[in-house]
Structure formats: C-alpha cells, structure tokens
Design a protein around this ligand. Structure first.
Ligand SMILES: O=C(O)CCC(=O)C(=O)O
Length: 255
C-alpha cells in the first residue's frame, strides 16, 4: 500500500504507483483545526440544524447527504477541498483540477449495513454502468476521516486495480433502481483476499480512482464514523456534474 504523510509526499514514484494500484493513504490531509470546522458543519447537517436537500438513505439503508455545499456554504470551499485539490494536481501533474462532487456518509455506532464492493464508475449509468466503461479519468475520490476509523467501525478497504482497466459488471444491491439513491454492488467476483484495509486518524484520508474496487463494513462499535467525501477532477467533469444536478433540482441547485 502507498502511504504518504501529507500531500507534499507525492513524488513521481508515488504518482506512478498510484496509477498502478488505484488507491493510497495520506496520514494527514488537514490539521486538527480544519477537522474541527468540518465536524461542526457536518453535525449541523446530520443533526438537522441545517436542512439539506441531498439528505437521504443510500439504498434505503445508509445515511448520506449528497451535494452538502448546496445547502451549507462551508462545504463549497474549505481547507480539505483546497488540500485535496493540491494533492490531485500533484498526483496527475495537472494544474487545473477542481471539485467535481461531494457527499457525507454517516455510519454511527451500531450501523449494521455494509457498503458493498463496487467501483464508483458503476454509478456512471442507471441503474448501473455497462461493464467496460472507461476508467482512465484523472479524477480522484478523497475519503476524509472525521473520527478514528478501523475495520470494526467501517474504514475503507480496497482491492488494487490499475487506472484504465475496463470497468466490471455491477447490479443494484438495494433501493429503487431508477433513483439516484440506489446502492450498487459488483456483479462479478474480485479477489477480496488481496483487499487492503485503511485505518485512519481524523484528518487522514484515502484517495482512489473511479475504477478502484472498494468496500466499507458495518459499524459494529459504539464509536461514530463520520466521513466527508469529495472528488477532484477535470473542469469538464465538474461542469457536467453541475448541469446534471441543475436538471434534477432546477435553479434551486444554486445556493
Ligand atoms: O463511506 C462509505 O461507507 C462508502 C464510501 C464509498 O463507497 C465511496 O466513497 O465511494
């Protein structure tokens, strides 16, 4: 597994290995002050002090707030997005990458639901993207821990996969197949014996590509498991994502 202390640890070798393995761990993306700010805004959405249009149950099971910046301005731009964008620019050697997508996924203590093995590219079609969909995009998903996470409370786990390898077959695991909130899973075997679990401390993150298979377990503990998740990628992807949201939410998609 590639593990670097901070975004400054991205070397040419790290960037090349990231494209081969499809994921890496950053021990510290942001410092404790930023983590505290994110937790405060996160809790306002999860506890309902600020209402969010993207608040729902993923697959009718798992609490998710999609597009939090549309109802809470903190998520539009903050220290984590800045650090994540810098990290992605270093990994891909591309200066103009920007935030494409964002969500919160909350698994409080006692959450019995797994997030099944899947590739994010599986969500690119509805109900699922066809196998063989392209995965060579310079887009990363950053999964930032706001609490200490390990296997017992649902940390991220990955099976290594090279950037650009053809996407795998998916199916709907739960929820309405026609709805944005469906939960998907792989519909063909992968070698989970090679899975790598990525425990983190708050402020640490995992980073993965659209074709990297990943999974989180149930939260079997009495500890929280708050995750702030966002993508950094090419401006064209950000514009397409914004347009897709505007066609669903209308002009109210803009804060
Ligand atoms: O946090 C989770 O449970 C799942 C996260 C995930 O699948 C993702 O970030 O793509």
């Amino acid at each position: 597994m590639i593990r670097i202390p901070s975004p400054a640890g991205v070397t040419d070798d790290v960037a090349a290995r990231f494209r081969e393995e499809g994921f890496l761990v950053v021990d510290r993306l942001v410092d404790d002050d930023v983590v505290d700010e994110i937790r405060a805004a996160y809790d306002e959405l999860i506890e309902g002090q600020v209402a969010a249009r993207g608040d729902r149950l993923l697959g009718d099971l798992i609490r998710q707030v999609k597009h939090p910046s549309k109802d809470h301005p903190f998520f539009e731009s903050n220290g984590a997005v800045d650090a994540g964008a810098e990290l992605a620019r270093r990994l891909f050697g591309r200066p103009r990458l920007t935030k494409v997508y964002e969500m919160l996924i909350d698994k409080p203590g006692g959450t019995p639901h797994e997030t099944p093995w899947h590739q994010d590219v599986g969500y690119f079609g509805k109900p699922v993207a066809a196998p063989g969909t392209r995965t060579d995009l310079d887009d990363v998903q950053i999964w930032l821990a706001l609490d200490p996470v390990d296997v017992d409370n649902g940390c991220m786990q990955f099976v290594p996969r090279k950037q650009g390898a053809p996407s795998l077959a998916h199916r709907v695991a739960s929820g309405d197949a026609d709805d944005e909130g469906r939960l998907i899973e792989l519909d063909e075997p992968i070698d989970t014996a090679t899975a790598v679990a990525c425990p983190l401390q708050p402020g640490g993150c995992t980073v993965h590509l659209v074709g990297t298979p990943h999974y989180t377990g149930a939260n079997l503990t009495d500890r929280p498991r708050r995750a702030y998740i966002f993508n950094i990628g090419p401006r064209a992807m950000a514009e397409a994502s914004e347009q897709a949201l505007a066609s669903t939410w209308g002009d109210s998609a803009r804060l």
